[in-house]
Ligand binder design. Structure first.
Ligand SMILES: [Zn+2]
Length: 186
């Protein structure tokens, strides 16, 4: 199975379909649910979105919109990924949130875009039964997992949400863009 076909099947699988939350941050409200991931899967299947393998030397995936310039837009860039793992699936879910905001032409602060993506990543890990003990403590995806667990239980998750936003706001890995804004351009 090619990487693109694999990503489509991840986005349509039942653990992804059960990622369902309303992101509330900075006075906005964004719904992420099965329809969001179906949209991205359909856009991959139709060729509106593309996948490039082997772009990164580490286990990461990035997504570029057209507006970001340096790369070809509407494209997922894969790295040296363990492709048959729940970690990989969760990364695909994360980047698909960025792609969803892009194809739906959503203007959103990067802080909220990134926070929503980490909650989705954590939510997928929760849904797939990933052991919490294997999560790296205090990493954004681990905090996202904690937010997701609260949201899934019908609670606000606001304490962990505050911690997640603070982490993204202050961690130097995000400082080059996190205070800016993302403008989806389809
Ligand atoms: Zn991200």
């Amino acid at each position: 199975m090619g990487a693109k076909e694999q990503m489509i099947s991840i986005l349509r699988d039942r653990d992804t379909a059960r990622v369902r939350f309303t992101y509330r941050g900075g006075g906005r409200s964004d719904v992420i649910n099965a329809d969001s991931f179906q949209r991205v899967a359909n856009d991959l299947a139709s060729g509106h979105l593309n996948v490039v393998e082997g772009r990164h030397s580490t286990n990461m995936i990035t997504y570029s919109a057209w507006a970001e310039g340096a790369n070809s837009g509407n494209t997922f860039y894969l790295g040296n990924n363990l492709r048959w793992s729940r970690d990989f699936n969760a990364l695909v879910v994360h980047e698909s949130v960025h792609a969803f905001f892009d194809v739906t032409r959503t203007s959103i602060p990067w802080l909220d875009n990134e926070a929503a993506a980490y909650i989705a990543q954590g939510y997928y890990l929760r849904n797939s039964g990933y052991p919490q003990s294997r999560l790296e403590e205090d990493e954004p995806y681990e905090i996202g997992y904690r937010v997701a667990r609260e949201l899934a239980a019908g609670r606000s998750g606001s304490d962990w949400m505050f911690i997640l936003r603070d982490k993204l706001n202050t961690d130097s890995r995000y400082s080059s863009y996190i205070h800016g804004s993302f403008s989806g351009d389809g």
